[in-house]
Ligand binder design. Structure first.
Ligand SMILES: Nc1ncnc2c1ncn2[C@@H]1O[C@H](COP(=O)(O)OP(=O)(O)OP(=O)(O)O)[C@@H](O)[C@H]1O
Length: 556
C-alpha cells in the first residue's frame, strides 16, 4: 500500500523533474509526516494524478477486473449448479397458494421456532374454538393457547430450513415492490428445494392446500370491500348447520339444491350462451332467518361470503363495478337490505331529477343515501360485461314491494323466497332445537366435498327427520346444568309450546330471544310462553299507539 509519505516522495520527484532550476534544493526537502504541517491535500492530489503512479493505477484496475471476472464466473457457476440441483418457487402475498403455504408453514416447528421472530396476527381461519368441555372446565391456559390472536413467524428477510420428504428446503421471507400503486410492498416466500423433479414441490403445495382446507373445514370466511375496491377477509365464522335454521318445510332444500345445481352447471350455461350467474332475493320481516339461511348455505357448499355494501360511504357506480368484477369465481355475494341503500322512489328520483349519483334528501326526510350508487349502476354491475361469472348473489330486503322491477327480474334475481313470521310449526321446531337431548352433536357442519355435490338429489324433506339425523349423545354444559330430559318429554313440551305460540305473529328471532332466557329451564319456557305472548302484544300495542300519536301530532 502506498503511504502518504511515499506518495509525497513520488510527487516531489515529479516536481523536481518538471522544475530543473530547483533540482539542487529539491533533495533537501524532507517529506513531512502525515498529518504534520506542510502535508496538504493539494500535494496528495498531485501525487495521486501524477504520471508515475499511473502504472500503479493500471495494476490496480487490472487486479480489480480479474477479481470481478472471477466473482462473476463463480456466481454464474454457482447459479447454474444451484438451478440444476434446486427448484425455486416464488409466492406473492395475495395469491391463493401463498395463503395455503403460510398456513402450512405454521405447522412446521422450524418455521414457528425461528430465532429471529416477528409477532404476527394469527389468520382468523387458524383460530380454534375451545371445545364445550374445555369451556366448561374453564381451563384458561388451554383456551388461550388455542384462541390467542398472535403467532410467531420468522422476521422479514430471514430464512428457515428443514427437511421435507428427504429433500432439503429453504424458505426465505422477503418483500418486493408491488405492481399496484396502492400497495407499496408485497411480501413473498421464496421456496428452494433440493430436488430434480417438480413433483416434490407439487406434493408440498398439495399438502399445503389440504392443510388450508382442513383448517377451514368448519368455517366460512367473510370478506368485505377495502378502500381500493378489492376484497379482504374480515373474519372467519364457524359454519352454521343449515338444519339449525327452521323454515317452513322445503324452503331450505329448495335454496340449497338450486345453488348446488347451479354450481355444477357451468358447461350447461356456457353452451347455451346464458350468463353463468344466479340471483336469489330473500324478503320478509326482520329476524325471520334470511341472513342465517345464507350463512347455512355458504357452509353447506363450502363457499366464502363477500358482503357488498351498497350504502358504504364513498361507494359509487365505478367502485361497485370494480368490486363485483373482483369477486372470485365460486362465492356468495351478499347484498343485505338492498332496499335501504336502494329503493325505487329514492333512486328513480335521484336519476330522474338530479342526475345519476347526486345525493339528495329522501322525500320522507327520514333517510338519505350515503352512497352514490345508482340503479343503472347496480344493474350494470350485476350483469354487465365485467360482472363475475359463477357467483351466487343473495340479496335480502324487508320491503319487497319497494324494489324496482328491473332489479328483481329473472336473470338478476332468479328465485324469490318469502320469509314469514314464525308459524306454529317453526315454533315447535325451534323448541326442539333448544332442548332436544340429542340435538347438539347432530348436523355438524361438513366441509364441501365436490364428490358429494349432486344435482337435485333431495327433495323437500320433513324438518324433523333432518334435525334428528346422525344423533350422538350430547353432553354439553347447558344440558348438564339443565334437567335430563327424555325425547318424549321434550316432544310433549314442544307440542305445548306449539299451542301457546300464535301463528305468524312473532319473528323467529323474537322466539329465539325468549327461549334464550330459559336455556336450562325448558318446563318454565312452556309454562310462561302464554304470559310472554300477552306481554309482547301489549308492548306492540303501546308502540303502535305512540306511533299514531306522533303521526297525528305531525299532521296538526
Ligand atoms: N328461521 C329461523 N330459524 C332459526 N333461527 C332463526 C330463524 N330466523 C331467525 N333466527 C335467529 O334470529 C336471529 C336473526 O336472524 P337473521 O339475521 O337471519 O334474520 P334476518 O331475516 O336476516 O333479519 P334482517 O332482515 O333484520 O336482516 C339469528 O340469531 C337467528 O339465529
Amino acid at each position: 500500500m502506498a503511504t502518504p509519505q511515499a506518495l509525497f516522495m513520488v510527487a516531489q520527484q515529479m516536481l523536481t523533474v518538471l522544475t530543473p532550476q530547483n533540482a539542487s534544493n529539491a533533495t533537501q526537502v524532507q517529506p513531512p509526516a502525515f498529518g504534520t504541517e506542510g502535508f496538504s491535500a493539494g500535494s496528495l492530489f498531485v501525487s495521486l494524478v501524477s504520471f508515475s503512479t499511473a502504472k500503479e493505477w493500471m495494476k490496480l484496475a487490472v487486479l480489480g477486473a480479474i477479481f470481478e471476472t472471477i466473482r462473476r464466473i463463480f456466481l454464474y457457476v454457482y447459479k447454474k449448479i444451484y438451478d440444476y440441483f434446486f427448484l425455486t418457487v416464488v409466492l406473492e402475498d395475495g395469491e391463493k397458494v401463498y395463503a395455503w403455504m403460510t398456513l402450512w408453514l405454521l405447522q412446521h416447528p422450524a418455521w414457528t421456532q425461528s430465532r429471529d421472530i416477528q409477532i404476527a396476527d394469527r389468520p382468523t381461519s387458524l383460530k380454534v374454538e375451545p371445545t364445550p368441555e374445555e369451556e366448561a372446565e374453564g381451563d384458561v391456559t388451554k383456551i388461550n393457547l388455542k384462541t390467542q390472536t398472535f403467532m410467531y413467524i420468522p422476521s422479514l428477510y430471514t430464512q428457515c430450513t428443514f427437511w421435507y420428504k428427504r429433500h432439503w428446503v429453504r424458505i426465505y421471507r422477503g418483500a418486493i415492490e408491488s405492481k399496484s400503486p396502492f400497495d407499496g410492498r408485497v411480501e413473498t416466500l421464496i421456496i428452494c428445494i433440493w430436488a430434480w423433479k417438480h413433483n416434490v414441490i407439487h406434493d408440498m403445495l398439495l399438502e399445503a392446500k389440504m392443510a388450508y382446507k382442513a383448517a377451514k373445514e368448519n368455517k366460512i370466511s367473510i370478506h368485505v370491500a377495502n378502500t381500493y375496491n378489492g376484497w379482504e377477509e374480515q373474519s372467519t365464522q364457524l359454519k352454521r348447520p343449515l338444519a339449525s335454521i327452521v323454515l317452513d318445510p322445503g324452503v331450505r332444500e329448495l335454496l340449497l339444491n338450486d345453488a348446488r345445481d347451479f354450481l355444477l352447471s357451468k358447461h350447461w350455461y356456457l353452451s347455451r350462451g346464458i350468463p353463468f350467474r344466479r340471483g336469489y332475493l330473500l324478503y320478509g320481516p326482520p329476524g325471520t332467518g334470511k341472513t342465517s339461511v345464507i350463512q347455512g348455505i355458504a357452509g353447506e357448499l363450502g363457499l366464502d361470503v363477500y358482503i357488498v355494501s351498497l350504502s358504504r360511504v364513498g361507494m359509487d357506480d365505478a367502485g361497485l363495478n370494480e368490486l363485483i368484477a373482483n369477486l372470485p369465481e365460486r362465492c356468495i355475494a351478499l347484498m343485505e337490505d338492498i332496499d335501504v341503500a336502494f329503493s325505487r322512489t329514492l333512486n328513480r328520483e335521484l336519476e330522474g331529477q338530479d342526475g345519476p349519483g347526486k345525493e339528495k334528501q329522501h322525500p320522507s326526510g327520514l333517510s338519505k343515501p350515503t352512497s352514490k350508487v345508482t340503479l343503472s349502476g347496480l344493474l350494470n354491475a350485476l350483469d354487465g360485461i365485467g360482472a363475475q361469472e359463477g357467483r351466487l348473489l343473495f340479496a335480502t330486503t324487508n320491503k319487497y314491494t319497494s324494489l324496482d322491477a328491473a332489479l328483481s327480474r329473472p336473470g338478476r334475481m332468479d328465485i324469490h323466497v318469502e320469509f314469514k313470521l314464525a308459524s306454529k310449526y317453526q315454533a315447535r321446531q325451534l323448541y326442539r332445537c333448544f332442548y332436544h337431548p340429542d340435538i347438539e352433536a347432530k348436523d355438524q357442519p361438513r366441509g364441501q366435498d365436490p364428490k358429494n355435490v349432486h344435482v337435485g338429489s333431495t327433495g323437500p324433506v320433513e324438518e324433523k327427520s333432518s334435525l334428528l339425523q346422525g344423533d350422538t349423545p350430547s353432553n354439553t354444559p347447558h344440558q348438564r346444568r339443565g334437567p335430563q330430559l327424555s325425547i318424549q318429554q321434550v316432544e310433549a313440551w314442544a307440542k305445548q309450546f306449539f299451542d301457546a305460540i300464535p301463528d305468524r305473529e312473532f319473528s323467529m328471532a323474537a322466539l329465539q330471544g325468549y327461549l334464550m332466557a330459559y336455556k336450562t329451564r325448558p318446563c318454565e319456557a312452556v309454562a310462561e310462553a302464554g304470559e310472554w305472548v300477552n306481554k309482547q302484544r301489549l308492548a306492540a300495542a303501546r308502540i303502535e299507539s305512540e306511533r299514531t300519536f306522533v303521526k297525528v301530532e305531525a299532521v296538526d
